[in-house]
Structures are given as structure tokens and as C-alpha cells.
Design a protein around this ligand. Structure first.
Ligand SMILES: [Zn+2]
Length: 121
């Protein structure tokens, strides 16, 4: 499966759609930025709470599905707050989305048998 072109606008539209679908539109207005992957350290996504900004490096993702997975991961950070890190509160939120049918990628082989999303920090 090939990666299609991801623009700020497309990411922003997807953010709006997921916000309505999985958070009843309650997440704050976050600005989505499609960043140039080749220009930095290889992280696929990052959330900057003070700037209310999510940066996605779509070019670094192998598939469109992966872009969606990274976006949902960052949106979970928005939902639970940065101080929650990747702790239990964050994982509960990811699990909630998964059970609602969000297109998260599930990785096998972790100690609990499953883990979700891409760690960006
Ligand atoms: Zn993260």
C-alpha cells in the first residue's frame, strides 16, 4: 500500500473528523502541521501543548494507515494531558478508542500481549 500525499489541510480535516467521532468534538482546536520528515530526528508525530499544535511526519510513515495511527496517538495525548505521558491514563484512552473501532495499529509481542500506537517521546 502506498502513501498518499498529506497536507496540513488533510490532516486538519481528519483531526476534526476523529474529534467528532471519538471525543464528541470536545478536544480543543489543535493546529495540524505536516512536517518534512527528512529535516529532523525521525519522530513520526509530536504534540506541543503550549502551542496547541500536532506535528505529523507523514513521509516517515509507510502507509496512510500509519499516519492515522500516529494522529490518533497524538490526539490521545491532547485528551489526557501531557503530564499523563504514556502511563495508565493514556493507555486507557487508547484502549477506549480501539474498542470504539478507531484505526489504531496493534502490535503483538509486548509483555501484556498488545500495545498500541507509536511512541513519539
Ligand atoms: Zn506519545
Amino acid at each position: 500500500m502506498k502513501l498518499t500525499h498529506w497536507t496540513h489541510r488533510r490532516l486538519q480535516r481528519l483531526f476534526q473528523r476523529y474529534n467528532v467521532k471519538f471525543w464528541a468534538g470536545k478536544l480543543p482546536q489543535v493546529k495540524l502541521v505536516a512536517a518534512d520528515y527528512s529535516n529532523d530526528g525521525g519522530e513520526l508525530g509530536a504534540y506541543f501543548p503550549r502551542a496547541l499544535r500536532i506535528v505529523i511526519h507523514a513521509e516517515g510513515c509507510a502507509t496512510d494507515r500509519k499516519v492515522r495511527d500516529v494522529l490518533l496517538h497524538e490526539m490521545c495525548h491532547v485528551a489526557v494531558g501531557r503530564e499523563a505521558g504514556h502511563g495508565p491514563k493514556f493507555n486507557d484512552e487508547v484502549m477506549r478508542l480501539y474498542l470504539k473501532g478507531a484505526p489504531l495499529i496493534v502490535y503483538e509481542g509486548t509483555p501484556d500481549g498488545r500495545s498500541f500506537g507509536y511512541c513519539t517521546e
